[in-house]
Design a protein. Structure first.
Length: 372
């Protein structure tokens, strides 16, 4: 059995694109061969500039760089169909398959932001996903959704049958995301000149992450009721209001924005933070929440979308837009050491339930259903 994987959203390590969907594709390429029948073959189709290698995966590089969305769409829709006949099954690893597709197909959908919150995406991205995702899902034999929340959205918003959708929750890198020693943490804080205690958000700085609510709640705390807040991540679409809110509330000395964090450093940031804050209004899964929990960091996140699937029973989950609820939660996070200890222990236990091996195993099962 020969499986073709459209992995063109795989990105070079050390760039801001090396997160999100890239992270899922990267880990599936790592673990799919070990979970598949011994006689299966895998070929990953990637951009010309990707030099990564994976055991058990043949890397098939395009003739040109497909980093830009327009070039990737041209490759997916005009060039890709001509090479698909070499495969027994094709996996579109991010939303869209070619309109002309001669092979049985599995499509992965991460979230339906472009339908739930269309104003939170750039116009070009929104129109592309709206035009092609539903068509790809209807033509596919199976759909994999990374959470039950995404599966429910596919049923509600696209009218897709529930029995066609397989849920494949994500995992995390257990070697990287774990509690670190106090010596490692203190050395990192000293190297980066970080405060002894601080709160942390990690993610792209964009409207969907709901940072304006977090900043408003933070501004209502007295200086003696709060810690320095680090908003770490690359600047995404429509990020300017976030920095405007920081300035308007006179918080430039209290809210730090170090920019994109390389993947090699992210576990040190999680470990160094006293609490991880993630007020997002919509997530396909919420991987940063899982990673923070795996590091033993207490979590406060929203109670909507997929986030309760990851954090419920471990951290605090709050209505994303209720500023008063966030003010109260931040006050508790600051002053209640007992809660921080309990949330850390519960988070470690909950995080242990999620593994990339299980994600890959469920994906292989979806392939087998598609081929049945």
């Amino acid at each position: 059995m020969h499986i073709g994987l459209n992995a063109h959203l795989l990105a070079p390590e050390g760039t801001y694109r090396a997160a999100g969907i890239h992270n899922v594709i990267h880990n599936l390429l790592l673990y799919l061969p070990s979970q598949a029948p011994a006689d299966w073959q895998f070929t990953a189709m990637v951009s010309s500039h990707i030099d990564a290698h994976y055991d058990g995966i043949t890397m098939q590089r395009a003739a040109f760089d497909t980093t830009s969305p327009l070039k990737r769409i041209i490759w997916e829709q005009a060039i890709q169909p001509s090479i698909l006949r070499q495969f027994d099954l094709y996996h579109a690893m991010a939303f869209v398959a070619p309109a002309f597709n001669p092979r049985p197909t599995v499509v992965t959908v991460y979230d339906l932001t472009f339908l739930r919150y269309p104003e939170r995406l750039s116009t070009a991205r929104r129109l592309y996903l709206q035009a092609f995702t539903e068509r790809s899902c209807r033509a596919a034999r199976r759909i994999t959704a990374i959470s039950h929340s995404t599966k429910n959205d596919l049923i509600e918003l696209l009218g897709l049958p529930a029995d066609k959708i397989d849920v494949t929750p994500l995992g995390y890198d257990r070697e990287r995301f774990r509690p670190l020693s106090e010596a490692e943490i203190e050395a990192f804080k000293a190297e980066r000149n970080l405060p002894e205690r601080f709160w942390l958000f990690v993610g792209t700085l964009e409207p969907r992450k709901n940072l304006l609510t977090l900043i408003e709640a933070y501004a209502q705390l007295a200086p003696h009721e709060r810690l320095p807040l680090v908003l770490a991540g690359g600047k995404g679409w429509d990020y300017e209001p976030i920095f405007a809110a920081i300035g308007k509330n006179g918080l430039s000395d209290s809210i730090l924005t170090p920019g994109f964090i390389p993947s090699d450093d992210i576990a040190l940031w999680y470990n160094s933070a006293e609490v991880f804050l993630y007020p997002s209004v919509f997530e396909g899964f919420g991987l940063p929440v899982l990673e923070a929990m795996a590091c033993g960091t207490p979590v406060i996140t929203s109670n909507v979308s997929s986030l309760p699937e990851v954090a419920e029973g471990a951290g605090m989950t709050l209505p994303p837009h209720e500023v008063d609820a966030w003010v109260a939660a931040l006050k508790q996070a600051y002053g209640d050491a007992s809660w921080r200890s309990q949330a850390s222990t519960a988070g470690l236990s909950k995080a242990a339930q999620f593994t990339w091996e299980e994600t890959a195993r469920r994906t292989i099962e979806s392939y087998q259903r598609a081929l049945a």
